[in-house]
Structures are given as C-alpha cells and as structure tokens.
Design a protein around this ligand. Structure first.
Ligand SMILES: [Zn+2]
Length: 90
C-alpha cells in the first residue's frame, strides 16, 4: 500500500491528511487527523452539543495545501483515474 502524507501549509502537524492506495486497486483512502482537545475543552463541546449548540461552520478542520502538495495530489489522482479508466475497458 502506498501512503502520501500532506501537512498543512500553516506547518501545524495536527493539520494533516494521509492518502493511501494500492497500485492495483481503484479505491483511494483519505485519512484526516482529528485534533484531540484537552478534557475541559471536550467537556465544554459536549455540553454545548447536548443543548444543540454548534459552531455555525459545523465540526470541521481544514488543511491548506501548498502548491507542491496540490501538484502531488493531482498526480496521484490522475494516476488513479488512468488506472480506473484502464480497468473500465477490460
Ligand atoms: Zn493548518
């Protein structure tokens, strides 16, 4: 299995994702690191959740891709698409 690590352009290693795939399979797996908060922060989030309060943006984190990472991601996905298209014609 191939793994490609992408770290956010802000250089915070809590903002990262790993793209995984097999050379001979179509599927691509995207694993995104979920930041773990301290106990009090998690308790505060849980209390807000119980009462139906959430961030207006939802429970999302983000990762900012640098140009070289965008190119690398594009190369991997293009390679996967070529494999997929090749598999469709068999
Ligand atoms: Zn970041």
């Amino acid at each position: 299995m191939e793994h490609e690590l992408f770290v956010c352009a802000c250089h915070n290693i809590e903002h990262q994702m790993v793209l995984s795939y097999f050379d001979d399979e179509i599927d691509v797996y995207l694993s995104v690191h979920l930041r773990k908060h301290c106990f009090l922060k998690r308790l505060w989030i849980a209390i807000r959740y119980i009462f139906g309060r959430q961030s207006p943006f939802g429970a999302f984190e983000e990762i900012i891709l640098r140009e070289e990472d965008v190119n690398r991601l594009n190369d991997i996905l293009s390679q996967r698409r070529e494999f997929f298209e090749g598999a469709e014609h068999k």
